[in-house]
Design a binder for this molecule. Structure first.
Ligand code: 13P
Length: 253
């Protein structure tokens, strides 16, 4: 059975004190769910405090980004070597970094390679814009992003060591979720592409306006193995309801 992953990307939200309170609520409400992995990705500044807050709980911790070198003159960047001391996951390739900050496909690949080599588990985010989808280019854009992400890897990545998050840009923060059929189609395509190109079969998450109201129907799809949740992950009740939907609602693999 595939164990789903539900990860909350808090983005640039919460003060440290608010983040501690949110993590505490998530911890209490989520408890120890069976057969589902749960992670929260707070801002970098929160990681040490949340490591203590979540110690001994089922909630894993991740960073929202990571740099591609381990040390050196890279002002403002954060090394995988320091992240691995404090958390288990790093997200790379989020569309807000690609589109707002001009992060290239190549940069995402270098980050993935460095984080993987350091022992972090990695969430690699890919997804098309509305323009891409309208032009019928969804698969080609996702394939290009995946190929670039995998190009610099030296060793064959362990499929438990990373997941792909399919996040269509037009569904992020818009309240316009992809339909379960749309999300399933692309998640299945991603797995097929990686089997062919990289001989690997990671989990595929969906992200983009996931809420407690739409999570169950997304998780009922065969190739959707969890969610990367933005806005709804800032509300502990709602996030824990999404975790429950994942724990209860996965189809047989
Ligand atoms: P929303 O759930 O707010 O649409 O954000 C999705 C996302 O970008 C998660 O990384």
């Amino acid at each position: 059975m595939t164990v789903p992953l539900v990860a909350g990307n808090w983005k640039m939200n919460t003060t440290v004190a608010e983040g501690i309170a949110l993590a505490r609520s998530v911890r209490e409400l989520v408890g120890s769910p069976r057969d589902v992995e749960v992670a929260v990705l707070p801002p970098f500044t929160h990681l040490w405090a949340l490591r203590d807050e979540l110690a001994g709980s089922a909630i894993q911790l991740g960073a929202q980004d990571v740099f591609w070198e381990l040390a050196g003159a890279y002002t403002g960047e954060v090394s995988a070597a320091t992240l691995v001391e404090v958390c288990g996951w790093a997200l790379v390739g989020h569309s807000e970094r690609r589109h707002l900050l001009g992060e290239s496909d190549e940069a995402v690949g270098r980050k993935f390679a460095c984080a993987s080599a350091t022992g972090l588990r990695v969430i690699v985010a890919v997804g098309e814009t509305e323009e891409d989808r309208d032009a019928g280019a969804t698969f080609s854009v996702v394939d290009r992003q995946l190929d670039a992400a995998f190009a610099p890897l030296i060793a064959q990545p362990d499929p438990d060591g990373f997941v792909i998050a399919y996040e269509p840009v037009w569904a992020i923060g818009t309240g316009r979720t992809a339909t379960p059929e749309q999300a399933q189609e692309v998640c299945a395509h991603i797995k097929q592409h990686l089997r062919e190109r990289a001989n690997t079969s990671p989990r595929a998450l969906y992200g983009g306006s996931v809420t407690a109201a739409n999570a169950a129907e997304l998780f009922a799809e065969r190739d959707i193995d969890g969610a990367l949740v933005g806005g709804a992950s800032l509300r502990a009740e709602e996030f824990s309801a999404i975790v429950r939907a994942a724990a209860g609602g996965m189809p047989e693999a």
